[in-house]
Ligand binder design. Sequence first.
Ligand code: ADP
Ligand code: MG
Length: 289
Amino acid sequence: SIPLGFFGGIGSASKQGVLVKGGNYLEALNSVKTVVMDKTGTLTEGTFEVAKLVPEDKWSKDELLKLAAQAETNSNHPIAESILRAYDGEKINTEEIDSYQEIAGHGLQVVVDSKEILAGNHKLMEKEEIKYPTTKESGTVIHVAYDGEYVGYILISDKIKDDAAAAISGLRELGVEQLVMLTGDNERVAKSVASELDLDKYYAELLPDDKVTQVEELIRDRDENDKLVFVGDGINDAPVLARSDIGVAMGGLGSDAAIEAADVVLMKDKPSNLVDAINVAKFTRNIVW
Ligand code: ADP
Ligand code: MG
């Protein structure tokens, strides 16, 4: 059974913007040794900005952006939002969209006026057998193809959250031994974020299922009494939130499915809110025992 004091702990947590779904999770937060974080929307703002449009010779920048905007018009992925913000051409007629498919970790496959538009990463191009150039861009590259033909790419950049570095050092001070980042984004972006934040490990180009596999592996390798936290913004994160010892969703951005699957919800959209959560857990334990 859970000591009564934990209810007080849950109350103090909520004052810090931390919603804990049970005293057992508050107790478990005392034993966190591994923190696994999703990149986009958790460590980074998740508000991408279009930095560059690079069409093939026979296409213009406007045409490239319009095709991408047509494909992304029904998506609520942060990448889609950035493309739609950058697009200021004529209004997109959603009635022309014949079919729409969002492929997790890849991008979009949309049929507009009987012609297929692809917008996504190199994995999507490979899957659909579209030849694409290899780039050395440092950022997220969204390739666009139209009717089987490569049109060009859009370079999108994200920003590390202002308080991410403080969160990382706060977690280390609280005894977290291993900080790991998981991302569906490309190797180059992952490497630069992980090295800027001085993380212990990162895994890039992961599909949602690969994130589950990676977390399962980390759980297998750890000491039985050490707990593993996964923190995500919720987009495609529900399975991995459920699989972790303590699944933590960033509340502000989080989808309903993620808030449902999470054990702890951080209402401040800041990674440092996890430091608050562990501090409340430690404080509560001192009162309870
Ligand atoms: P993360 O793991 O960093 O949260 P996601 O799993 O959401 O990232 O996405 C991984 C990659 O899949 C993106 O970096 C992008 O290349 C591609 N992708 C996902 N959704 C879209 C979309 N709506 N449009 C274009 N590309 C997308
Ligand atoms: Mg994500």
